[in-house]
Design a protein. Structure first.
Length: 276
């Protein structure tokens, strides 16, 4: 089965519809299967104190102005969903609060609901997701084993669970690709994948070798652009997806064989045989 590759546009669009569409097109050209965005109701996710905190950004001088500046409306998401559909890409959104989930359910048609690592321990939110009857992709960064178990027990329709470390960017020694194998043993009926925050291609390609069936990575036009997720994003997404597809082929079937291409070389180099 081909790896399901998700280009996480997230908030790397910086509130710019043209840039969002450019990133959708970049994901398509790169060979991705889906694009993913994020939706927040600012007043539900953040306290008034947090929103009033001074924060310099292209959108103003407070955290509220910064958060509102990178947030799209449902009407804008409808337009982006249609644009993704025109380019044969699945459209996915991570909702960060129950109000946003209600809006997405009423007005959009997402392929999956994606549970961000920040929401993986919110029982009420997870139970509300169950009522949508849509398949779920669950990221488990910042989670203990007990918290992973609790989330998996609450959710009814997990299609993919993604190994993840929620630091931006993630240090190589904190990626822990072997955890993919642990998840596959723990949840043999669930597809296991990897959500990347490493600032190179290696982790995603390595994840395939450990059995990941889904790769999610942050995509960007330029890692030097404004935005907290940019440093953990992949700029050369075409190289990444190409490497993922090559690794799929390289994995083989695990059965030792002599390939046709080896036969003439064996005839040339071997003088004796150990078999009768």
């Amino acid at each position: 089965m081909s790896t399901y590759v998700i280009a996480e546009i997230g908030i790397n669009h910086n509130g710019d519809m043209d840039l969002a569409k450019e990133l959708i097109l970049k994901a398509k050209v790169s060979g991705c299967d889906a694009v993913k965005f994020q939706k927040r109701d600012i007043d539900s996710v953040y306290t008034q104190e947090e929103l009033d905190t001074p924060r310099e950004s292209p959108f103003g001088t407070t955290t509220r102005e910064q958060k509102e500046g990178i947030e799209f409306s449902i009407a804008q998401y409808k337009e982006l969903q249609e644009y993704a559909k025109q380019h044969s890409l699945d459209f996915i959104i991570s909702c960060w609060d129950e109000l946003s989930l209600d809006l997405v359910e009423r007005h959009l048609d997402v392929k999956y609901h994606k549970v961000a690592s920040a929401m993986a321990t919110d029982r009420e939110f997870l139970e509300k997701l169950n009522k949508t009857n849509k398949p779920v992709i669950l990221s488990i960064g910042m989670c203990t084993d007990d918290e992973v178990t609790a989330a998996m027990n609450i959710l009814n329709n997990v299609e993919y669970v993604l190994a993840c470390t929620s630091t931006y960017p993630t240090a190589a020694e904190e990626i822990n690709l072997r955890y993919i194998e642990t998840l596959k043993k723990s949840y043999p009926t669930i597809r296991v994948g990897f959500s990347n925050h490493y600032n190179g291609l290696d982790a995603c390609v390595g994840a395939i070798a450990f059995g990941a069936e889904c790769i999610e990575f942050h995509i960007t036009k330029d890692r030097t652009m404004y935005g907290s997720d940019q440093p953990a994003s992949i700029q050369h997404s075409d190289d990444l997806v190409d490497s993922i597809r090559k690794m799929e082929v390289m994995m083989g079937d695990g059965i030792k064989k002599v390939y046709d291409s080896e036969v003439p070389i064996a005839k040339k180099l071997r003088k004796k045989s150990t078999t009768l």
